[in-house]
Design a protein around this ligand. Structure first.
Ligand code: BG6
Length: 504
C-alpha cells in the first residue's frame, strides 16, 4: 500500500520515568478508561521506559488478584486487541495497596511501594497521583498525601490528577481549590476534562489559528449564531446515584460544553503554552453574561426523558430507571442560550444543548454565517439559498463540513445547499487515540494545556450556579421528551426568530 504522507508526525513525545498511582483503582472509570488507555500507550511504546502502576482501593486483595482484574478490564475495554507480550510487560509492574482513603497506614504503605520501585530502578521516578474516586474523597486524599509527605519529592516531580466533578457549586469548587492548593502548587495539579483530550477538540485550535481563511470571518459581523450539541442515545445506565444529584447541566454543560464554547470563542493565544491558552479561555468565560433570575426561564430549558425507543428497543423513562428517587426533578436534557459579551461576539447567540436518550450520539459545533445581503437572481430557485454553515463534528464521524450554496445543473438558476467535507479518519488513515491516552501522557509530561486551571473551573461554576439555583426553586414535574427523540419541544422557545435546532 502506498505510504500516506498525512500520517507523518503521528508519533508521541517522550515521557520521564514515572509511577502512576490510581486511587479508586477498581472503579468504573479505571476499568473502562484508565487501564485500557495505559495499555494502548504501552502498545504504542508511548509509556516511559520505566513505568509502574499502583492501584489503591478499599477492598483487601493480593497484587496478583489486582493484576488479573487489570488484565480483564484491558481485554474487555481496550480499543485494540491486546498484544500478549505488551500486556504482560505492563502488568508485571503493577502493585496494589488496599485500605480506606483516610487511613494513614495506606499512605505509609504507598510510600514504601514507591520507594521500592525507585530502589529497583536505581533512579528517582516521577510520581503521579490520579484521583479517580468519588469526589468526597478528593480533599481527604490530598490532605493525607500532604501529611505523609508524598506531595513533594526532592528528586522527582509529583503531579496530582483530579477527575471530575470538581465541586458541584462555585462555593464547593473554591473550597476544593483552596484545600488542594494548600498542599500542591497549581503547576502540579491536572484537573481532568476528558473533552480536552479529544483530537477533534484540539483540532479546533488548528482549524481556527492555522488557516487564514476563517479568522477574518470569525466575529459578530459575519457569524449569525453558534450551536453546540452533545447528544447521547444512552440513558443513565447504572449511574443513578451520581447522575440524579448532578443532572445534565452540571454533568456536561458546566465542563465539556463550556470548554467547547471557549475553543470557538477564544482569542488567538500568543503561544500554545498552558498559561497562554488558559488565559484566553478564562477571558471568554468571564465575558459570558450571567443570567438574572428573571432571564433564566427565557435562556434555559430543562427536561427529563420519558419512555421511548433506543436502538430499536423499548426503554424506560428516567423516573423508572433503577435507583432514581421517586418524583426526581433532575434534568436529563438541558439547553441554554448564552452570550459572550465582548468586542468579537456581542449579540451572537451561543446555543448549547445536551441530553441523554436522544435520537443518536452526536457531538458537533455548528457555526452559521449571516445570510448574503442581496440575491441578484430572483427566480423561484433562489429560495433554496441558505446561509453558509460550518459544522465541526467531534463524534462519531470526526470531521469538518462546510455548507455552500451551489447551482443545480440545468438552464434555471436553482440553488441548493451542498457540503464540502473533510473526514479525519479518511484523511489520516489512523484511529484517533482515546482522550485519556493523551491526557495521562500530558499529565506525566507535566503539560497542563489540556487541563482546567483553578480560575477556569471557578468561572465555569459562576455561569452555572445561578441556573442550578433557579431551577432548584422551580416546582416539578419537568417537561418530558420521548426517549429516542429530538428532545423537548420547549427547547424551541430559546431560539431567536428564524433560528432552528439542527436535527439530531
Ligand atoms: C462524562 C459524563 O463526563 O461524559 C457522562 O459524566 C457522559 O454522563 C460522558 O456520558 C460523555 O463523554 P463522551 O466522550 O462519550 O462524549
Amino acid at each position: 500500500m502506498p505510504e500516506n504522507p498525512l500520517t507523518k508526525g503521528l508519533e508521541r513525545m517522550p515521557v520521564a520515568p514515572t509511577t502512576l498511582v490510581i486511587f479508586g483503582a477498581t472503579g468504573d472509570l479505571a476499568r473502562r478508561k484508565l487501564l485500557p488507555a495505559l495499555y494502548n500507550l504501552a502498545h504504542d511504546g508511548a509509556l516511559p521506559e520505566r513505568f509502574h502502576l499502583v492501584g489503591v482501593s478499599r477492598k483487601e486483595k493480593a497484587h496478583e488478584d489486582y493484576r488479573a482484574e487489570c488484565e480483564q478490564a484491558i481485554r474487555r475495554f481496550s480499543r485494540r486487541k491486546p498484544d500478549e507480550a505488551v500486556l504482560k510487560g505492563l502488568l508485571e509492574n503493577v502493585k496494589y495497596v488496599p485500605g480506606t482513603f483516610d487511613d494513614d497506614a495506606v499512605y505509609s504503605e504507598l510510600g514504601k511501594v514507591l520507594d521500592e520501585f525507585e530502589r529497583l530502578a536505581g533512579e528517582p521516578l516521577n510520581r503521579a497521583f490520579y484521583l479517580s474516586t468519588a469526589p468526597t474523597f478528593f480533599p481527604v486524599i490530598v490532605e493525607e498525601l500532604g501529611s505523609s509527605e508524598l506531595a513533594q519529592h526532592e528528586q522527582g516531580e509529583v503531579r496530582l490528577i483530579v477527575e471530575k466533578p470538581f465541586g458541584t457549586t462555585l462555593q464547593e469548587a473554591r473550597e476544593l481549590n483552596r484545600r488542594v492548593l494548600a498542599i500542591f502548587e497549581e503547576h502540579q495539579v491536572f484537573r481532568i476534562d476528558h473533552y480536552l483530550g479529544k483530537e477533534t477538540v484540539q483540532n479546533m485550535m488548528a482549524f481556527r489559528f492555522a488557516n487564514g481563511m476563517f479568522e477574518p470571518l470569525w466575529n459578530r459581523n459575519y457569524i449569525d449564531s453558534v450551536q453546540i450539541t452533545a447528544a447521547e442515545d444512552l440513558g443513565i445506565g447504572s449511574r443513578a446515584d451520581y447522575y440524579d444529584a448532578a443532572g445534565a447541566l452540571r454533568d456536561l454543560i458546566q465542563n465539556h460544553m463550556l470548554q467547547l464554547l471557549c475553543h470557538v470563542a477564544m482569542e488567538p493565544p500568543v503561544s500554545f503554552t498552558a498559561e497562554e491558552v488558559r488565559n484566553e479561555k478564562v477571558k471568554v468565560l468571564q465575558a459570558i453574561l450571567k443570567p438574572t433570575a428573571v432571564e433564566i426561564p427565557e435562556m434555559s430549558v430543562r427536561a427529563q426523558y420519558g419512555r421511548g425507543h433506543s436502538g430499536g428497543d423499548a426503554v424506560p423513562g428516567y423516573l423508572e430507571e433503577e435507583g432514581v428517587p421517586e418524583g426526581s426533578n433532575t434534568e436529563t436534557y438541558a439547553a441554554l442560550r448564552l452570550e459572550v459579551d465582548n468586542w468579537r461576539w456581542a449579540g451572537v447567540p451561543f446555543y448549547l444543548r445536551t441530553g441523554k436518550r436522544l435520537g443518536r450520539k452526536i457531538t458537533e459545533i455548528a457555526v452559521t454565517l449571516k445570510p448574503v445581503p442581496h440575491l441578484a437572481f430572483s427566480q423561484d430557485g433562489s429560495l433554496g439559498v441558505q446561509p453558509n454553515q460550518l459544522v465541526l463534528t467531534l463524534q462519531p464521524n470526526e470531521g469538518v463540513s462546510l455548507r455552500l450554496g451551489a447551482k443545480i445543473p440545468g438552464t434555471r438558476m436553482i440553488i441548493r445547499p451542498v457540503n464540502m467535507e473533510f473526514l479525519y479518519g479518511t484523511a489520516f488513515l489512523s484511529q484517533s487515540p482515546e482522550a485519556y491516552e493523551r491526557l495521562i501522557t500530558d499529565a506525566m509530561r507535566g503539560d497542563a494545556t489540556l487541563f482546567t486551571r483553578n480560575d477556569e473551573v471557578e468561572a465555569q461554576w459562576q455561569i452555572c450556579d445561578p441556573i442550578v439555583a433557579a431551577w432548584s426553586d422551580q416546582p416539578g414535574p419537568l417537561p418530558s421528551y420521548e426517549s429516542g427523540s429530538q428532545g423537548p419541544k420547549e427547547a424551541e422557545g430559546l431560539l431567536r426568530e428564524g433560528d432552528s435546532w439542527r436535527a439530531i
